[in-house]
Design a protein around this ligand. Sequence first.
Ligand SMILES: Nc1ncnc2c1ncn2[C@@H]1O[C@H](COP(=O)(O)OP(=O)(O)OP(=O)(O)O)[C@@H](O)[C@H]1O
Length: 263
Amino acid sequence: MKASPAVDIRKVSFSYNGQSVLQDVDLTLEAGDFTALIGPNGGGKTTLLKLMIGLLTPNSGDIRILGEPPRRIAHRLGYMPQEIGINRHFPISVLDVVLMGRLDPARRWGGYSSTDRAAAQKALEAVNMWEFRRRRIGELSGGQRQRVFIARALVAEPDILFLDEPTASVDAVHQENLFDLLKVLNETVTIIIVNHDLMVISSYVKSVACVNRRLHYHGGNEITEDMIRMYQCPVELIAHGIPHRVLRTHGSKPCGKRCNSSS
Ligand SMILES: Nc1ncnc2c1ncn2[C@@H]1O[C@H](COP(=O)(O)OP(=O)(O)OP(=O)(O)O)[C@@H](O)[C@H]1O
């Protein structure tokens, strides 16, 4: 029997308080994919991630994750939100933050097991943050905190990892480390990430979906002219260390090499 797709979204529409954010979205991703969601600010990327993990419910249409409704399969999904509401002054250690990812509402609370602790160590080692395990979360830099939050998303050993702009404040070297890590993880875990960086998309990602109220997906990792022109999906080139937002501005061709060299 053929395995269910990792993600199967059919004709999904969603609105906040009557304001339409996503309309007639269809998306099928097979297990093992590494998909980037790109799109303009407010285009609906975070909303789509939240629908996929069951934090939001569509107004119409159907979402199946690994063949199941998202809420039924939540324990097999890892999620790193764009903003993590942890008070930086709260006296909680890095290790405790990661262990929180092992909390399972279906399991009676009896403290963390040795399996939980071993998984937390493995996840922190994977993001090179094990040596920081006793530090308070508020004492880390923004980039270090991002890596800890990725470890928290990883610690339950999910089948699918949803990451919402995980490298927002991570420097170029650590970004590359992190994507190298995600590439290794992708050998066993399906990854869906919000990211606009063209270098990341061309080097690491297997497919790209452009989200701007509607969704445009074509299976490969090229950014097509339709994505840039019709869906206004920006990508960024990291040129001279400065993110450079690419829109279609040069004559009839999407911005390509010329942008790269002139910035
Ligand atoms: N809780 C909410 N209540 C009402 N409107 C919301 C809520 N969350 C998001 N929106 C609106 O829904 C639209 C899509 O937001 P969303 O966060 O999904 O976009 P995004 O593509 O992730 O944007 P960004 O690139 O800025 O992170 C925006 O217009 C936003 O203002």
